[in-house]
Each structure stands twice: as C-alpha cells, then as structure tokens.
Ligand binder design. Structure first.
Ligand code: FES
Length: 160
C-alpha cells in the first residue's frame, strides 16, 4: 500500500486536466485517483477543492455517498461480495462469513497485510451466477465457502 509520500502530484494534475478542471467531473476524477491508489488519499482533497473550485465539504460528501470511493487506505484487492436478494437466497451470507473469518476483519475492513479489503455490495447484475463476488474487476460466481476461499488463495499466491 502507498503512503502519502508516494503521491505523484504530476499524475494528479494530469487527471484533473484531462477533465478540464470541470467540477461536474469530480466523481470521475476521484474514481481515476482511486484506480491508482485504491483510495483517495485525503491530502489530495484540498488540491481538488482548489483546482475544481468546490468546497472540501462537497468532496467529502461525494466520497462518502459513493461506495466505490474511499478516503481510507484499502487493500491491493478489493473484494465485493454481492449481498443482493438473489445472491442472499443462494448463500451469500456464508461466503461473506467465510471471508470475514479468513481475513480476520469485518465488512469494510482490510487484512493486516494490506492485501484484501472486504465490502458488501448490492446486486452487481449477474444474479443467475450467484452467489457472486468481484475481486478488483474480476467477477467470480457460483460460490460457496470453499470455492470463495480458493479464489482468495489464488490472489494471495499471485501477489506473493
Ligand atoms: S443479487 Fe447478486 S448479482 Fe444480483
């Protein structure tokens, strides 16, 4: 995980310029920053406020409203377990419980090694494959406790 010292301010400037400093593009700008750091480092917020001409409180409220944006460091892999109705009736809760136990964290938490952040999300649009989870942009369906843990193990292996 990166610390605040790792912020590439030139890259942040380029992102803001790409959207022509348009305050209407705030969410997209924060999403692009998240794609780099997996969260929006809070020290970027005053810069965004100045360059986009918006209040810091507005940025905080947008960041809080959208679940895809986080202001606290997240893991290298963001694990979204779908807790929508179709996945719920097929056992999403068991998948979530297995991951909580494996990660030794609760929903919204990050593993001690900084590898995984666990989040529950509503329907992600592939109900027929439920229970479903995504790991970063990859979707994994038809899960139960053990297959979900196997998926996680594969990510552990590729990052070790
Ligand atoms: S309810 Fe889980 S993908 Fe739709």
């Amino acid at each position: 995980m990166r610390s605040k010292l790792d912020i590439d301010w030139k890259q942040i400037d380029e992102i803001i310029s790409r959207y022509e400093n348009d305050k209407e593009a705030l969410l997209m700008i924060m999403q692009d920053i998240s794609d780099i750091y997996n969260y929006v480092p809070p020290e970027i917020i005053p810069v965004l406020a100045e360059k986009l001409g918006v209040r810091k409180s507005h940025i905080f409220s947008v960041a809080t409203f959208y679940k895809t944006i986080s202001l606290v460091p997240r893991g290298k892999f963001i694990v979204h377990v779908c807790t929508g109705t179709a996945c719920h009736v097929r056992g999403a809760e068991k998948v979530m419980d297995a991951l909580k136990a494996d990660f030794k964290t609760q929903e919204g938490g990050t593993t001690a090694d900084g590898l995984f952040t666990l989040e529950g999300v509503r329907c992600i649009g592939c109900c027929a494959s439920g229970p479903v989870m995504t790991v970063n942009k990859e979707t994994h369906g038809g899960l139960d406790r053990s297959s979900a843990l196997k998926v996680i193990e594969n990510y552990r292996n590729i990052s070790s």
